[in-house]
Design a protein around this ligand. Structure first.
Ligand SMILES: *Cc1c(COP(=O)(O)O)cnc(C)c1O
Length: 650
C-alpha cells in the first residue's frame, strides 16, 4: 500500500478528472487528449479526424524489440506546425493588406537530426521555407540539403574567412545565402573575400536592440549583449560597405531577442525599434529588402496563456499580426516599400511533434505502517510519539470535521519529538532501533493526517512537509542529462503525464529519479495550472505491466544539448506517419547507441577492452581464483553487453 492510497478508491473517477489533473485540455492544444480506453491519444491536425492511441503504439513498437526510453516523432504534427505558422502570417498579411510575403527559415540548432531537417524542408517547400545556420558545420548541412532555389539560407554566428568564402561561393550554386554581419571584424573579412573571389554575397546586419527583454534570456539582448552591432557600429559598417562598393548587397536587418519570449510587449518594443533601424538603413542607401525578426516565438507549456516562464500571453496569430502590423506602420509613415518578413522560429515549429517515453523501473516510499508496542521500558520520546499517533487516530475515527489547528498542533508535536529523538541518538541516549521506531511513528502520524484532510488542507503551509514526507520516488529508465537536459540546466518545465491508465485515479504522489548517479538527475517540477509543483499524481505501478510516462513538447533543443553523463547514450527514435484509417506507418527508426558505440566516442576500443579483461581472467585462472568456465561466462556477458543498450532492459 502506498502512502496516499485513499481508504476508498474513487470508483467515479473519469477521463475528465484525469484531463484536469494533468491540465491536458490546457497545454495539449488539439494534438493531445485522452481516449475512451484511458490512453493518451494523438491527433495530428485540426482538420483530420485521424487519431492514434499512444499507449498501443508504444506497446507495438516495443514488441519489435525497440525499447524505452524512446522518442516518437509524429511527422503529421510537424507538418501541421509549419502549416499553422505560415497560415498565421498569410492571414495577417491579408488582414493588414501588407504588400509583401512572409518567408520563414528553420534554425538548425533547435534540432540538427537529418531525418528532422529533411521533413521540415519537405513540408516547408510550399512556402519556400529556408534554414538558419550558426556555424560552419550547420552551413554545410544547409548547403547539402536545401534544394529549393528560392529558399533562404541565413548565415549567422561567428564567421571566419572560410565560412564567408563558402557562403559566397554557394551563391554561384544558385543558393540564396545571406551573410549576416554580427561582429565588426567580419566586415573586413567579407571585403577581402569579395576581392579574392570576385563574387559578392547578399549581406545582412544584426542589430543589438536596446529594448529590454524579459524571461530567461532577458539579459541576452540590450547594449551589452553578446551578438549584433551597436548603432555606432552599424553606421561605421555602412560607411565601409559604401567605400568597398558593397552597399548594394546590404539587404537584410536581423535581430533576435532570445528564446521563449513570454510577453508580447517585449516583442512589440523590439519590432518597433528594429523597424526604425530598417527605415534608417534604407535612407542611408542600402536596398533593404528583408527584415528578419529572429526566434523567440514561444509555446504555451502550461496552457495558462500568461507571461510566466512556461507560457506566452499571446497566440501564434497575435504574434504574426504584431509583426506584420508594426513593420507596415513604420514603413508607411516613412514611405518605404514593405520588406519580405523572415522569422527564425525554431521552438515553435519543432517542440510539439516529439514525445519522449520512458518506463518506470520501480518506486520507493517511506513505510507508514508501524507496529505500536506498549513495552514498559521505552524512552519517554517514543511514548510521546505513540501518544500523538493515538490522538490522531482518535480524531480520524470521529465523523465530524476536525479543527485544522488541532491537527497542526499534533503534527508540530510529532516533529518536535522526532527532532528530540535525533538529538538523543547523537548523544547516545537511544539506540538505532529506537531511532528507526521514532521515524516510523512520525511517518505514521503524517499518513494519518494525509488520510483525514482534504487536499487543500494538506497544502496549508504548516502541513506542507507532510506531502513531501510521504511522497514516492519513481525510478525512471532515463537519463535527464541525455534526454531532457533543460530541466536540469535551466529548470525548464515540460508537461509530464502517464500515457495510459486514465480510467483510474492516480492517487500516489511522487517525483522521478533518473538512472544517473548524479543527485541532480531527477524530475521534480511539474505543471499545475500555471504554478509549479514538486509532486505529480501518479498511479501505483502494476507488477507485470510497464508503467509508461510521456514527456511532451520537448522536441526543441533537448536532443541537441543532451550529453553522455554516466555514459547513457542516445535513445531509440522513431518517426511515425499517421494514415487516414488511424493506422500508422513507421517511417524510420534510428537505433539507440550500444555501449560499445558510446565507449568508442571516448576513444575506448571495445576489442581492447575485452582483451584487457581477458588477460586479467587468465591470471586469475592461474591463481585458481577463477575457473575456466567462470572466465568464459564473464567474457561472454561483457561481449554481449557491449552490443546492447546503455539503458535498463526488462
Ligand atoms: C536560437 C536562435 C533562434 C531560435 O529561437 P527559437 O526561440 O527557438 O525560435 C533563432 N535565431 C537565432 C539567431 C538564434 O540564436
Amino acid at each position: 500500500m502506498t502512502n496516499f492510497e485513499p481508504k476508498k478508491l474513487n470508483k467515479n473517477w473519469t477521463i475528465k478528472d484525469s484531463i484536469s489533473t494533468y491540465g491536458i485540455d490546457k497545454w495539449g492544444e488539439k494534438y493531445f487528449s485522452i481516449n475512451s480506453d484511458g490512453n493518451i491519444s494523438i491527433t495530428p491536425n485540426r482538420k483530420s479526424k485521424k487519431k492514434v492511441d499512444l499507449y498501443k503504439l508504444v506497446k507495438e513498437i516495443k514488441s519489435r524489440e525497440i525499447n524505452t526510453p524512446l522518442i516518437i516523432r509524429f511527422n503529421d504534427i510537424l507538418e501541421d506546425r509549419i502549416t499553422e505558422i505560415n497560415n498565421a502570417f498569410s492571414q495577417a498579411i491579408e488582414t493588414y493588406n501588407y504588400k509583401n510575403i512572409y518567408q520563414g527559415v528553420f534554425p538548425i540548432k533547435c534540432n540538427q537530426q537529418k531525418n528532422v531537417l529533411e521533413k521540415i524542408i519537405e513540408y516547408g517547400d510550399r512556402w519556400d521555407l529556408g534554414l538558419e545556420v550558426g556555424s560552419k558545420s550547420e552551413l554545410l548541412i544547409g548547403l547539402s540539403i536545401l534544394e529549393n532555389q528560392k529558399s533562404l539560407l541565413i548565415c549567422n554566428g561567428y564567421k571566419d574567412k572560410k565560412y564567408i568564402e563558402t557562403a559566397i561561393l554557394a551563391r554561384k550554386l544558385g543558393k540564396q545565402p545571406i551573410l549576416v554581419i554580427e561582429q565588426r571584424d567580419e566586415v573586413q573579412r567579407i571585403i577581402e573575400a569579395v576581392k579574392d573571389l570576385k563574387a559578392t554575397p547578399i549581406l545582412g546586419i544584426r542589430s543589438k536592440l536596446s529594448s529590454e527583454s524579459s524571461g530567461r534570456w532577458g539579459k541576452s539582448v540590450g547594449d551589452n549583449s553578446k551578438f549584433g552591432l551597436s548603432i555606432p557600429e552599424i553606421m561605421l559598417t555602412i560607411k565601409e560597405l559604401k567605400e568597398a562598393n558593397l552597399i548594394n548587397e546590404m539587404m537584410l536587418l536581423h535581430f533576435h531577442v532570445g528564446s521563449q519570449i513570454s510577453d508580447i510587449s517585449v516583442i512589440k518594443d523590439a519590432l518597433q525599434e528594429a523597424s526604425q533601424i530598417f527605415v534608417e538603413l534604407s535612407k542611408l542607401g542600402a536596398p533593404m529588402k528583408y527584415i528578419d525578426v529572429g526566434g523567440g516565438l514561444g509555446i504555451d507549456f502550461d496552457g495558462t496563456k500568461t507571461s510566466s516562464n512556461t507560457s506566452t500571453n499571446y497566440s501564434l496569430q497575435n504574434y504574426a499580426n504584431d509583426v506584420i502590423a508594426t513593420v507596415k506602420d513604420i514603413c508607411e509613415v516613412n514611405n518605404i516599400q514593405h520588406p519580405i518578413i523572415i522569422s527564425e522560429s525554431g521552438r515553435a515549429i519543432i517542440s510539439h511533434c516529439s514525445v519522449l517515453i520512458f518506463n518506470v523501473l520501480g518506486t520507493s516510499h517511506v513505510s507508514s505502517k508501524v507496529k505500536v508496542s506498549d513495552q514498559k521500558k521505552q524512552s519517554l520520546i517514543i511514548t510521546n510519539l505513540i501518544e500523538t499517533l493515538n490522538q490522531l487516530k482518535i480524531k480520524s475515527l470521529r465523523d465530524k470535521k476536525e479543527d485544522l489547528s488541532e491537527i497542526i498542533e499534533l503534527w508540530n508535536d510529532a516533529k518536535k519529538f522526532k527532532e528530540d529523538c535525533l538529538v538523543a541518538f547523537r548523544l547516545g541516549f537511544i539506540c538505532l532501533e529506537e531511532r528507526a521506531y521514532a521515524e516510523e511513528l512520525t511517518w505514521a502520524c503524517a499518513k494519518e493526517i494525509a488520510n483525514n484532510l482534504d487536499n487543500d488542507e494538506i497544502t496549508h503551509p504548516d502541513l506542507s512537509e507532510i506531502t513531501n514526507t510521504l511522497a514516492s520516488t519513481y525510478y525512471a529508465n532515463l537519463s535527464v542529462f541525455k534526454s531532457i537536459p533543460d530541466t536540469w540546466a535551466i529548470n525548464q518545465v515540460f508537461p509530464i503525464v502517464p500515457i495510459h491508465r486514465h480510467l483510474e485515479e492516480p492517487f500516489c504522489k511522487g517525483n522521478f529519479a533518473d538512472l544517473t548517479c548524479d543527485s541532480d538527475g531527477k524530475l521534480n517540477s511539474f505543471i499545475d495550472n500555471g504554478k509549479i509543483k514538486s509532486l505529480l499524481n501518479l498511479h501505483r505501478p502494476e507488477k507485470n505491466n510497464d508503467y509508461l510516462i510521456g514527456i511532451f513538447m520537448a522536441g526543441a533543443y533537448q536532443e541537441a544539448l543532451g550529453n553522455f553523463h554516466n555514459l547513457f547514450g542516445n535513445t531509440n527514435i522513431i518517426h511515425i506517419d499517421i494514415n487516414e484509417d488511424n493506422s500508422y506507418k513507421i517511417k524510420s527508426i534510428i537505433k539507440e547507441n550500444s555501449k560499445s558505440e558510446i565507449l568508442e566516442l571516448l576513444n575506448y576500443s571495445s576489442d581492447n577492452l575485452v582483451e584487457s579483461i581477458r588477460v586479467k581472467t587468465e591470471s586469475a585462472i592461474n591463481n585458481k581464483t577463477l575457473t575456466i568456465q567462470e572466465a568464459r561466462k564473464l567474457i561472454d556477458q561483457i561481449e554481449t553487453s557491449l552490443r546492447k543498450s546503455s539503458y535498463l532492459s526488462e
